[in-house]
Design a protein around this ligand. Structure first.
Ligand SMILES: *[C@@H]1O[C@H](CO)[C@@H](O)[C@H](O)[C@H]1NC(C)=O
Ligand SMILES: *[C@@H]1O[C@H](CO)[C@@H](O)[C@H](O)[C@H]1NC(C)=O
Length: 467
C-alpha cells in the first residue's frame, strides 16, 4: 500500500511544474479569477492559495482530498471558489490586493505544483469625466504600476495611437465611442476599454421624402446617453430650427426662415417663429428635437437645419433635405386617344438606389410590369385610364412616400358623331332660312291688301242687323 502511494508521489513529483508565473492586470474594483493549473488525479492532496506581499505570506484558502474546503475570510478580501474546481475568484479588487498569488498542491506533504500569479495594478482614466464638446481636450491614461509592458491605445475605429499609455488630443466627433488600452507583455495581451462621449446630434437620414398624401417628419435628436443636464453643463447658448426653401432665388440670408427656438429655462419649451404648420414631437425632454406634420405640402421642399450653439463657439448642426413627391401629367386635360406623359418626381435629383412602383387604375390599358420607370407614356389614353394613379417611392424594401393623381378623360368625338352633328346643324340652318323666307312672303302679301280695305268709305256700322 505504502509502495503504491510512493509511486504516485514519485509520478506526481516527476510531473510537477514549479515556479510557473503568470502576470495578470486589473483595475481597482475589477473581478479577477485565478485559474488553478491542470493537475493529475492523485490521492491525499492538499491545495493552498496564499497571498505574498512585502515579504510575508497570507493564507487565503485551502481544500483537500477529504472534501475539506475553506476560505479564510479577512478584510479587504472578497474571495470565492470558482465552481467547479479549485480556482479562486476575487471580486472588487482593492489597492491592498495587488501582489503575488500562490497556488500550491501537495501530495503527502511533498509540493507537487507551485504556480505564481502576479496581479499588477492597471489604472485607466479619462479627463474630463463628463461628455466632451468637439474641440475639448481629451486626456486618456493607461498606467501599469510595475513591469514595463507595451501599452497602446486603440481609438473607436481600432486605429493605434502609439504613446506609452497617455493621450492628450482635441476631441472630434470621431473620438466618440469605446477606446481600448492594450497592455502587451512577452506572454500575453490585456485589453481594457473606456467609453468616451463627445456630444453630437444623433445620426439621421440626410434626406426625407413626403407628399401631400403622407406625413412629413424632420428628424433631429440628442443621443439617448446624453442628458439635457449634461448639455446645459456644457454651456448651451441656443437651439434652433431653420428652413431654407428650394429652389431659392434669393440669397440664403434673405430666404432662410427661423421656425422654432428653444427656451432653455426649465421646463424646456419651443418658441414658435414661423412654424409652417410643423409641430415639435412631444419627447423634447428625452432629447428628441424632431418636427412633424400629418401631411406634406408642395412647398415643403428645402433644407431644414437643426442647430445647437454653445457659448464656446462650437455649433452642432444637422441639415435634413426634404423632397416632395408629385405626379405630373402632361397634358393636363385629356381626350381619349391622346398621348399622355405621367411623371413621378420630386423635382430634385434622387439617389440611385430608390425605385418607383406605379399603380394604374384597374381598367387601365397600361400593361402592369415589373419595370416601373419614373416617367410613363401612354400612347393613346382610353376611358379605362381615367381614375386614380398611384406612384410609390421605395428605397430597398422601405416605402419612403407615395403620391396620387386622378386622370379625367373626355371621350373623343367619332367621325359618325361629327357627321350627324354637322347634318343636324345644316338642317337647322336650312329650316331657319325657310321660316325666314315664308315670313317675308306673308308680310308682303298683307301690305298689298291693306290699301283696298282702307279706302272703303261706308263701313258697315257695328251691330246686329235684321235683313
Ligand atoms: C423622435 O420622434 C420621431 C417622431 O415621433 C421618431 O420617428 C423618432 O424615432 C424619434 N427619435 C428618437 C431618437 O427617439
Ligand atoms: C412626352 O414625352 C416625350 C418624350 O418621352 C416627348 O417627346 C413628348 O413631347 C411628351 N409629350 C407631352 C404632351 O408632353
Amino acid at each position: 500500500m505504502n509502495l503504491i502511494q510512493s509511486i504516485f508521489v514519485l509520478i506526481a513529483v516527476l510531473m510537477s511544474k514549479s515556479g510557473a508565473e503568470k502576470v495578470m492586470y486589473a483595475q481597482v474594483g475589477d473581478t479577477v479569477t485565478f485559474r488553478a493549473p491542470e493537475r493529475n488525479p492523485s490521492p491525499k492532496y492538499y491545495i493552498y492559495w496564499n497571498f505574498d506581499a512585502e515579504g510575508h505570506s497570507t493564507p487565503l484558502a485551502w481544500l483537500n482530498y477529504l472534501g475539506g474546503k475553506q476560505i479564510i475570510p479577512s478584510e479587504p478580501w472578497q474571495i470565492s471558489w470558482t465552481l467547479p474546481g479549485d480556482s479562486l475568484t476575487i471580486t472588487n479588487i482593492q489597492e491592498e490586493n495587488f501582489g503575488t498569488f500562490v497556488f500550491k498542491l501537495t501530495v503527502d506533504d511533498v509540493v507537487v505544483i507551485t504556480t505564481k500569479y502576479e496581479l499588477v495594478k492597471l489604472s485607466v482614466s479619462m479627463t474630463p469625466d463628463s461628455p466632451l464638446l468637439p474641440g475639448d481636450i481629451l486626456s486618456l491614461a493607461c498606467i501599469v504600476s510595475q513591469k514595463k509592458p507595451t501599452i497602446q491605445w486603440l481609438n473607436p475605429r481600432g486605429a493605434v495611437k502609439n504613446n506609452q499609455g497617455t493621450i492628450s488630443t482635441k476631441a472630434t466627433n470621431e473620438d466618440n465611442g469605446q477606446w481600448t488600452c492594450v497592455v502587451t507583455d512577452d506572454k500575453q495581451t490585456h485589453n481594457t476599454s473606456i467609453n468616451v462621449k463627445v456630444v453630437d446630434l444623433s445620426p439621421a437620414p440626410l434626406r426625407q421624402y413626403t407628399s401631400t398624401y403622407s406625413p412629413l417628419t424632420v428628424l433631429c435628436s440628442i443621443p439617448s446617453d446624453i442628458s439635457w443636464k449634461q448639455i446645459k453643463e456644457k454651456d448651451i447658448q441656443e437651439v434652433q430650427w431653420h428652413f431654407l426653401p428650394e429652389p431659392s432665388s434669393k440669397p440664403i440670408s434673405d430666404d432662410q426662415q427661423r421656425l422654432f427656438s428653444l427656451s432653455l429655462e426649465d421646463p424646456l419649451t419651443w418658441k414658435v417663429d414661423q412654424n409652417r404648420g410643423l409641430i415639435p414631437v412631444p419627447d423634447l425632454a428625452k432629447g428628441n428635437l424632431s418636427l412633424t406634420r400629418d401631411q406634406g405640402k408642395e412647398d415643403d421642399r428645402g433644407s431644414y437645419m437643426c442647430t445647437l450653439k454653445f457659448k464656446n463657439g462650437v455649433t452642432l448642426k444637422r441639415t435634413v433635405h426634404v423632397e416632395v413627391l408629385q405626379i405630373i401629367s402632361s397634358p393636363k386635360e385629356l381626350i381619349s386617344g391622346q398621348r399622355v406623359n405621367l411623371s413621378c418626381t420630386t423635382s430634385g435629383p434622387l439617389p440611385s438606389d430608390v425605385h418607383f412602383k406605379w399603380f394604374p387604375p384597374e381598367k387601365s390599358s397600361l400593361q402592369r410590369s415589373s419595370h416601373h420607370p419614373a416617367h410613363l407614356t401612354i400612347p393613346e389614353v382610353s376611358a379605362g385610364d381615367g381614375g386614380r394613379w398611384r406612384c410609390e417611392l421605395w428605397q430597398g424594401d422601405i416605402l419612403l412616400t407615395w403620391a396620387m393623381t386622378v386622370l379625367k378623360i373626355e371621350p373623343k368625338l367619332s367621325v359618325w358623331m361629327l357627321v350627324i352633328i354637322c347634318s343636324a346643324a345644316v338642317i337647322l340652318i336650312l329650316l331657319l332660312i325657310l321660316t325666314f323666307i315664308l315670313c317675308r312672303r306673308r308680310q308682303q302679301r298683307t301690305r298689298h291688301l291693306r290699301p283696298r280695305l282702307c279706302r272703303c268709305k261706308n263701313p258697315k256700322p257695328k251691330g246686329f242687323y235684321r235683313t
